[in-house]
Design a protein around this ligand. Structure first.
Ligand code: B12
Length: 207
């Protein structure tokens, strides 16, 4: 983990090097090992440095780009599931453009055989509601990474509840806790992508 070439390439914001390092790791590591052991810790480090004002937005952007480049290599090796176990909507809420975590959740859900309709990032509650209705979706996953976008998440849950009382809602993202998720009316919270899969298995009744 900590000192790997991939980790350092992401921290330094070197996209091509990060992609190469990911390809090298794929020879003897699984996709989730690389994501959980290298990509996520590196982004955590970058976040800390940003918070302490030791790096600034341009470097944060470069690191995010490097993480996305590495993720692209990892994703290419995972085969798409056939999407028969259930249909799930994923979105990052209005005002929030962080989507690396959501994309990891999507990758794993698809790999476990779920069909994911990815609405992207900065998505309004109207769009999420309409898409959930149009596609007759039973499980919606919302992501938010900032304290400032938690109200948008709460609003989205409210709108979904009012219009689609049978729809289940799971939430995630670095700023969330299980307790907070409950307080804004979510049915489920998970701290990572594997947790999202467990929630899906519960909602869709698979072991
Ligand atoms: C990368 C990054 C960016 C990139 C985003 C690129 C992209 N395409 O996503 C860029 C550079 C664009 C960016 C911009 C900004 N960022 Co930023 N960013 C980060 C950083 C470093 C990492 C986030 C990340 O990708 N983590 C890795 C992923 C894998 O983790 P994750 O998202 O939490 O996802 C996992 C779980 O939470 C869970 N999960 C996630 N979603 C869901 C959903 C469901 C349904 C479930 C079940 C689970 C689940 O599973 C995932 C996999 O394990 C964080 C620091 C941090 N420690 O989080 C700051 C951070 C989130 N950013 C922050 C800020 C302030 C900003 C900016 C406002 C900066 C600015 N001044 O402009 C802008 C915001 C723009 C906007 N309107 O959204 C702050 C937020 C502070 C706060 N508490 O509100 C943080 C915490 C940094 C800090 N410490 O100050 N950022």
């Amino acid at each position: 983990g900590g000192g790997s070439e991939l980790y350092r390439a992401i921290v330094r914001g070197m996209g091509a090097a990060a992609a190469d390092a990911a390809v090298a790791l794929l020879k003897d590591h699984s996709a989730m090992e690389i994501i959980n052991g290298h990509i996520i810790p590196a982004l955590g480090r970058v976040g800390e440095e940003f918070e302490k004002k030791r790096i600034f937005l341009p470097q944060l952007l470069m690191s995010a780009g490097a993480a996305t480049a590495a993720f692209g290599q990892v994703r290419a090796t995972m085969k798409d599931g056939c999407g028969t176990k259930g249909r799930i909507i994923l979105a990052t809420v209005r005002g929030d453009i962080h989507d690396i975590g959501k994309n990891i959740v999507k990758l794993l859900l698809e790999n476990y055989g779920y069909e994911v309709i990815d609405l992207g990032r900065d998505v309004s509650c109207e769009t999420i509601l309409k898409s959930t209705q149009d596609h007759n979706v039973r499980l919606v996953g919302l992501s938010a990474l900032m304290t400032t976008t938690l109200p948008a998440m709460e609003q989205t849950i409210k709108v979904l509840r009012q219009n689609l009382p049978d729809c289940r809602i799971m939430v995630g993202g670095a700023v969330l806790t299980g307790e907070y998720a409950k307080s804004i009316g979510a049915d489920y919270f998970a701290p990572d992508a594997a947790g999202a899969v467990r929630i899906a298995e519960e909602v869709f009744g698979q072991p």
